[in-house]
Every structure is written in C-alpha cells, then in structure tokens.
Design a binder for this molecule. Structure first.
Ligand SMILES: [Zn+2]
Length: 302
C-alpha cells in the first residue's frame, strides 16, 4: 500500500502556540451568561465563578485583527464576513469582479441557489466553492469548511485567582450598607488590568499562507495592538501576548521525502520531538520568519 499524501485526513503539519495573554486594561465580565460573540462581553464565568475567555471569543478577536491586516498583504484576500445581497453581488459582477474573486461565505445564498438549480452538479459546485474561499475563511472556518485553527478556552492561573479574590474581600470587609456591598460585588465583575490568561492555539494542516496569516495576527498581540472584545473605544480589553513558545511539526512539504516523514512522525509520537521548537521569547522569531515570507514569496497556491 502506498501513502497518498493528498489524503485530506493525513496529518501534514501541526503548529502549537502557547503563551500568556496579559490584560493591559480591565475587562468587564458579562453577567455570567455564556456569549460567543466577540463584540459582546468577551469574558464569562465558569460555573464556580472564575473568569475565563472562551476560545471562540478570542478566535473572533484574532480573526478581526487579521482581517484588518489582509488588504495590505500581497496575494492575500479576506471577505471580512461582510454579506452581499443579490443587488450588491450583481454590482460587484458589473464592476468586473469574477465569481472566483468573491468569497462564497458572503454569497452563500447564491451557492445554495446554484446547487439547487443544478443538483447533478452539486458536488462539483461545492468543490469549486472550497477553492474560492478567502484566506481568512480557510484559516478560521466558514459554513463550507472547518477551521484549521483551534483555540482553547483561556483560564487564569490558580494563584492569580486567589489574588483577585483576596483583593475583593479586603475591600468589602468594612462596608456597612447593603447598597455599597452590592456595588462592590458589581465592581468585582471586572477583570483587572494585569490579569493573565493562559493561551493555547493549535493550527493543523495549514498551508503556508494560513500559517503566515496566523503569525501576523499573533504578532499584533505580541506588540500590544491586540484586543479582546469590541469595546476598544471605551479602553477595555487591550491584551498583550507574552512568553510565546512555538512547536512546529512538519511532515508533508517540499523537500520532505517519505523516509524523513516517517521518522519525524515516529519521533513525535514516541518522544514528542517536533521539527522545530521555539522557547519562551523565541516564539517571536518564528512569527517574524513567517511574516517576512508573506512579502518575499507570495507565489503558489493558497
Ligand atoms: Zn471569506
């Protein structure tokens, strides 16, 4: 049996990014109810009342950060999830834009209509659609294809939780009226600046472009331009990524032959050896390498 390296189930590469997301400004906690929208309150409470950032919330914030960068990057595209209705789409076509240049995510109704009108070609249309996805939809997912990036929920360390709770109780002790007490309780529902959440991101079977885009987005957080949540105008949710480490396992790529691929996979499964490892404070070096590639080698498939 020969290995088919085209198989969509084959593990081609895996990149693991770990670090700490340190708040530069406070974060308000939204009423304890879970919300998945990054523009709503991005921090919620666990059942035992500990603040955390849902992975989906950080994913939305990271996606927005990257969408802002894409128009300035050579050979990259993003639909920014801005839906087009029929009138708007026709206008785009009249202005000379080709179907393949407009991400299917923002014209889902059109794809559905084409598949309905030509049921015998539904499979072919879907495959074309996958090829037409913009770079951010490929990385973060779309209704047509799963994301290549997976972000864990971000929790605070135990020690930090103890510190926060102590601070709250210390202030609350000598209050006498119920009203003041209520207000303090409310005030506590703000994650203080300097609060730190543990971040873990796994990128799997990524194309070079997807890896580069993710690195560009993370770089914004490393340099303090990342936000959590959409209330930046109120100064909330500025976050900085610190102590970034990167593990890169690369199994299928130009210049990797069968024997090397098998050896790498064996070393990974047996010893957890990766192809490249970047220690704390070296993670940034990996980001810069990938970002540089965006501007120097932008030929090839997406
Ligand atoms: Zn898109």
């Amino acid at each position: 049996m020969t290995t088919n390296i085209q198989s969509r189930y084959l593990l081609r590469n895996r990149y693991v990014f770990k670090g700490k997301l340190k708040m530069q400004t406070g974060l308000h906690i939204g009423g304890g109810k879970v919300t998945l929208s990054s523009s709503d309150s991005p921090v919620v409470l666990t059942p035992d009342q500990k603040p955390f950032i849902p992975g989906s919330s950080f994913k939305g914030a990271l996606r927005s950060t990257i969408e802002k960068l894409v128009p300035g990057l050579p050979g990259f595209s993003t639909c920014a999830l801005m839906d087009l209705n029929e009138t708007e789409l026709n206008k785009e076509y009249q202005q000379g834009r080709k179907q393949s240049d407009i991400c299917p995510t923002i014209r889902q109704w059109e794809v559905a209509r084409r598949r309905r009108n030509r049921p015998q070609e539904a499979e072919k249309i879907l495959n074309e659609t996958l090829d037409e996805l913009c770079n951010t939809c490929r990385l973060f997912g779309s209704p047509f294809a799963a994301a290549h990036v997976n972000i864990n929920d971000l929790y605070m360390s135990e020690q930090e939780l103890v510190d926060i709770i102590e601070r709250r109780d210390g202030v609350a002790i000598d209050r006498d009226s119920e009203k003041a007490r209520d207000r303090l309780k409310y005030d506590f529902e703000v994650v203080p600046a300097s609060a730190t959440f543990v971040m873990g991101i796994v990128l799997e079977n990524a194309s070079p472009k997807e890896l580069q885009l993710l690195c560009a987005g993370l770089s914004e957080y490393v340099h303090g331009f990342g936000v959590i949540g959409g209330k930046r105008s109120r100064g909330l949710g500025v976050a900085q990524l610190e102590e970034l480490t990167v593990d890169a396992l690369e199994l299928v790529s130009d210049g990797i032959d069968d024997a090397t691929r098998r050896q790498r996979l064996q070393d990974y499964l047996v010893k957890r050896d990766v192809t490249r490892h970047y220690e704390k404070d070296e993670g940034e070096v990996f980001l810069m390498e990938q970002i540089t590639k965006m501007f120097t080698s932008n030929e090839g498939a997406s």
